[in-house]
Structures are given as structure tokens and as C-alpha cells.
Design a protein around this ligand. Structure first.
Ligand code: FEO
Length: 396
């Protein structure tokens, strides 16, 4: 169902209740998602972003509920990733003369996705297109989260169309933040930030500062996924600032896998030590946990403990993807340590510490490892290990 944001501005996107994995199978989306596209009716008519390709027909249907689709003058493609540009091929068959407005890098990425010579118009920060009464003003937003990303601001209506930034993978019946459960929305917003935007945190801060310095009135922030921020829209901007700054809640996450419970026994004993020092912790067995949910917890935590047995001179395979994530996501202000049981060669702790280094996570103390099943005395040493880690974390 199309929804009016403000007089003459409509959400014409689609809700995808069924998608449980995004980016192929890389990102879990337990609550589905939406592909938000916005139709702006003025003397000229503009569509801002499209939808993922399989939903093209729905986008077209939605637009035609409001206008004759052939009246569209401009299609703004804020970002080339196919969940937003995928509707272009079907749409452009109907409106081949419409101008496709893109950033310089957007022209490159969209052309290389669809190999179509549409009438591209390249815009830069500060460029504007008059629609009649109101204008579209463009702000480049490189690496939030692709080099091609940009924001579009609609004057007069004071709407910031921010594409992926400030979005969430969240399917809902309500389109606005005042129509849905806040807790659910924030869980999905922080998951989105942690898994997608963390490496670009310094740019997030710069971009927010730049936006604030423009002093644009913002009544609505309309991202390309999830709900539209209508009630107190700047709340999500402030949250982004907080997440980007590397602020944490002093908690610890213990990420591990285990074969015959030796490493798990160590994890539990370390947790006991952390608890004794008054810190909160969460435990994640990577054999059964969702990687993207764990990454969300990493964003909030201060301490990152990683445990694995040694297998084939290496680590358990289930631990490796999250180590790769930690390296790529470049979290700020984290400290960590390694632990695990082993049988023969015992490379586990050394390998984990190397990986913490690659992820720029400070190794707070030397790792701990024991052969086969840890004894009672060895588990006591794990408790001490946890206590020392907690103390080091709080004094660091
Ligand atoms: Fe939602 Fe970067 O695409």
C-alpha cells in the first residue's frame, strides 16, 4: 500500500517479509526488510531509488496507483547496489527518456550493473534540481556505505532521503517509527550499523558534522530500508554518532567453539572471573550462533575474548568467519585475549592473538591454553584469567 509522507511525497516501495539472508547469504535478516522508493509530485516528477529487481512489478504498480508512470522526469539513484537499483531495467523500459540522476561513481556502478546507456545526469554535493515549487539537493556520502552513495534532500518538505544510512532490515506494517516497536527497530538499526557501517565510522562522524553544519531543517529522515524516522527524526543521527564514536558499555563478549567441551569449560570459568569483578558478559558458541548477531554485540562491548581448540594446526572452522569479520569491520576501542584447549601442537592461542592484532583489537594479556580437558586447578586459573582481564579492561 502506498503511503503519503507529506503532501505530494509518497512511499512506493515494497515490504519483503520473507528475506532471511541478504547480500546472498552473508547477512542474516531475521525480521525481513523493505526496499523503500519515494515518489515526489511537483511540476516535475521524481522517483528516488527503486527496489530489488524481483519486486520491480510491485514498484511499478505502486507508482501507477498515483500517476501515469510515463510522467516521471527524474529517477534519482542514490546508490548502485541492486537492492535499490534493481528496479531500473523494468522501470526504464517504460520511461526511456527519464533522466537517471547519479553521483560520478554511481554512473560507473549502475552502468556496470545493467550495461544500459540511460540518460545519466551526474551530480555533486550542493547540486540541485528544481522540481517546480521545491528542489532536490544532493550530498555525496562516499562509503556510507559504497563509493557511489549519496543523500537527496527535498527542500520545502524538509525530507532527507538517506538511502542505506539510518536504515534497518525490518519488515513491518507501519511505515513510520511512531507506528512500530522501538526496541525492535533499534535492534535492527544497530545490527545494520555494526555489520555494514562500522568500518566507515570516521566518515560517518564527518558526514554527520557536515550535515549539521548545513543547518538544513529535517522533518523526516527516509532511508531505503525499514521504517521512516518521522517522530524525532534526529534521534537516529545521534545514535549513529554514538555508535561511530566507539562508545561501549563496558561489557565483555566471549566468542568460542568447542569439540569435547574443554574450551567451553574454560569459557565458563573465565566468565565466572569476569562476573566476580562485576562486569557483564555474553557468551556465544559459534557452532550455533548467528555471526551477524554476535557482531552486533561486539559493537556494544569493550572486551572480546576468543576461544578455540587447535585442530589441524589451526582453529575450528566456525571461528574463522568471525575473525575475518572483526578484521574487516575495524571496531574501535576494543581489547581482547585468547584461550582454548589443545591436544598436540597447540597453535590456537597464538593464531587467535595474531587475528586480534589484524583486527586492531588490543591484546590485553597473554592467552591461556590447557591440554585436553582442563583440571580443577586449571579451571581456577581460568577464573583468575577472567578476573585479570576484567581488571585490565577497567583500568585501561
Ligand atoms: Fe541497501 Fe547498499 O544497499
Amino acid at each position: 500500500m502506498v503511503v503519503e509522507l507529506k503532501d505530494g511525497v509518497y512511499w512506493v516501495g515494497c515490504v519483503d517479509w520473507n528475506i532471511k539472508h541478504f547480500h546472498g547469504h552473508e547477512l542474516s535478516t531475521h525480521r525481513g526488510t523493505t526496499y523503500n522508493a519515494y515518489l515526489i509530485i511537483d511540476e516535475k516528477i521524481a522517483l528516488v531509488d527503486t527496489v530489488w529487481g524481483p519486486f520491480s512489478h510491485k514498484l511499478i504498480e505502486n507508482i501507477e496507483e498515483i500517476i501515469d508512470i510515463r510522467k516521471i522526469d527524474y529517477v534519482i539513484a542514490n546508490h548502485g547496489e541492486t537492492d535499490h537499483s534493481g528496479g531500473l531495467p523494468e522501470l526504464m523500459k517504460l520511461i526511456p527518456d527519464a533522466t537517471v540522476v547519479v553521483s560520478e561513481r554511481g554512473k560507473e556502478s549502475i552502468f556496470k550493473h545493467y550495461h544500459s546507456n540511460w540518460d545519466f545526469k551526474v551530480v555533486n554535493t550542493g547540486d540541485a534540481i528544481s522540481l517546480g515549487e521545491n528542489k532536490l539537493v544532493f550530498v555525496k556520502a562516499q562509503m556510507l556505505h559504497w563509493p557511489d552513495s549519496m543523500f537527496t534532500y527535498l527542500t520545502g518538505k524538509n525530507i532527507l532521503l538517506s538511502n542505506d544510512a539510518f536504515g534497518q532490515h525490518y519488515a513491518s506494517s507501519g511505515r513510520f517509527n511512531d507506528e512500530v516497536d522501538d526496541t525492535e527497530v533499534y535492534q535492527e538499526a544497530i545490527k545494520y550499523y555494526a555489520n555494514i557501517l562500522t568500518p566507515f565510522s570516521d566518515l560517518v562522524i564527518k558526514k554527520i558534522d557536515e550535515l549539521k553544519s548545513l543547518n538544513l531543517p529535517v522533518d523526516i529522515i527516509a532511508p531505503s530500508h525499514g521504517i521512516i524516522w518521522r517522530k524525532d527524526p534526529m534521534q537516529i543521527v545521534e545514535k549513529y554518532y554514538e555508535w561511530a564514536s566507539g562508545k561501549n558499555d563496558d561489557s565483555v563478549v566471549i566468542i568460542y567453539d568447542t569439540m569435547w567441551n574443554g574450551t567451553e569449560e574454560m569459557a565458563l570459568a573465565i566468565a565466572k572471573g569476569i562476573e566476580k569483578e562485576g562486569l557483564r558478559f555474553k557468551m556465544f558458541h559459534m557452532g550455533v550462533c548467528d555471526r551477524n548477531d554476535v557482531i552486533t554485540e561486539v559493537l556494544r562491548a569493550r572486551g572480546i575474548l576468543i576461544g578455540s581448540p587447535t585442530m589441524n594446526n589451526g582453529l575450528l572452522p566456525s571461528i574463522k568467519p568471525i575473525l575475518e569479520d572483526l578484521k574487516g569491520l575495524k571496531f574501535k576501542n576494543k581489547s581482547g585475549a585468547a584461550f582454548g584447549s589443545y591436544g598436540w601442537s597447540g597453535e590456537n592461542v597464538k593464531l587467535i592473538e595474531e587475528n586480534l592484532g589484524k583486527a586492531r583489537i588490543k591484546v590485553l594479556q597473554e592467552g591461556i591454553k590447557f591440554k585436553w580437558q582442563p583440571t580443577k586447578e586449571e579451571l581456577e586459573k581460568c577464573v583468575e584469567f577472567g578476573r585479570n582481564f576484567a581488571k585490565g579492561l577497567m583500568s585501561g
